[in-house]
Design a protein around this ligand. Structure first.
Ligand code: CP
Ligand code: NVA
Length: 316
């Protein structure tokens, strides 16, 4: 039994399998209704969500099951029951547990105690489900992932980490342009670089947004103030990250057919201008739609035991 807590839990083979399975669900959404027939999936969200929560709930229904959406206010967790006991109990009722919360240690503790697959629906450190939809969208529009140049501009946050890991597994070339002090943790970027080396791609870090987007096939950004960041950081983050805004001038430096991606929600006028976000190169709503098909693929693959895990890397 496997969990999906971070994108690097997957082998390159798993990633390819999930992207192929997602495309099959997109072509035929209701072909696997027996997977969850009569069963439930718990969706525990400790932070707000539009795409992740609705796509997972819809995915459960498409697979024949019933989603149970819960917050800490609904559970005894909010009154001090342990994460471990909560995971053990939910494992007796449901086929999977989808969790959005703060520290990564919380999903790790749930996964260690659960006897059903635990899926990270966003933590402070990772957003693996988002990275699958990102790659699916790039593959749909570019026809390939290997050798594609992805420039990520802005905060080196959870979305950036999972994107870098997914792109590394797929043999793409990622450049992350983040201001000093806003890059991803050094151990995460060196691990992503090692993954990329193994799969024929590259992960590089820069503080220069203009250099990073030169010739890029994909330009990606995310919010400057993530859930869990303090409002008191807003003004300083705005000041430091403004030179990393994706605007028309930045898009002109990229490849002329470059795509614009954003995990959403977007803050037009901050990390991206309205002109780019709503412009012809933007594929943000395809990307949002693909959250549904990739959520179905993740549930299906974990419940049916279709994945081998990162430990199996090198077997292929
Ligand atoms: N991209 C994403 O995870 O969106 P939500 O926060 O709306 O789920
Ligand atoms: N980095 C953002 C992503 C939201 C989908 C956050 O964690 O709030």
């Amino acid at each position: 039994m496997m969990h999906l807590l971070k994108t690097s839990d997957l082998s390159a083979h798993d990633l390819a399998y999930l992207l192929k399975r997602s495309a099959k669900f997109k072509a035929k959404p209701f072909g696997r209704r027996s997977v969850l027939a009569g069963e439930t999936v718990c969706c525990y969200f400790d932070k707000p969500s539009t795409r992740t929560r609705i796509s997972f709930e819809t995915a459960v229904v498409h697979l024949g099951g019933t989603p149970l959406s819960l917050s800490s206010k609904d559970l005894q967790l909010g009154r001090g029951e342990t994460l471990e006991d909560t995971a053990r109990v939910i494992s007796r009722y449901s086929r999977a547990l989808v969790v959005r919360t703060f520290e990564d240690a919380q999903v790790e503790r749930l996964a260690a105690a659960a006897t059903i697959p635990v899926i990270n629906a966003l933590t402070d450190g990772h957003h693996p489900c988002q990275s699958l939809a990102d790659l699916m969208t790039i593959a749909e529009h570019k026809g390939k992932l290997e050798g594609v140049k992805i420039a990520y501009l802005g905060d080196g946050n959870n979305v950036a980490v999972s994107l870098a890991q997914a792109a590394a597994l797929a043999g793409a070339n990622v450049v992350l342009a983040c201001p000093d002090g806003y890059g991803m943790p050094a151990e995460i970027s060196s691990h992503a670089r090692a993954l990329a080396d193994r799969h024929g791609g590259s992960v590089s870090l820069s503080t220069d947004p203009k250099e990073a987007v030169q010739g890029a096939d994909v330009v990606y950004t995310d919010v400057w103030l993530s859930m869990g960041h303090s409002e008191s950081e807003r003004a300083e983050r705005h000041r430091v990250l403004m030179p990393y805004q994706v605007n028309a001038e930045v898009m002109r430096l990229a490849h002329k057919d470059a795509l614009f991606l954003h995990c959403l929600p977007a803050h037009r006028g901050e990390e991206v201008t309205a002109e780019v976000c709503d412009g012809a190169q933007s594929v943000i709503f395809d990307q949002a739609e693909n959250r549904l098909w990739t959520s179905m693929a993740v549930l299906y693959a974990l419940i049916e035991g279709k994945l081998e895990g990162a430990g199996a890397a090198g077997k292929h």
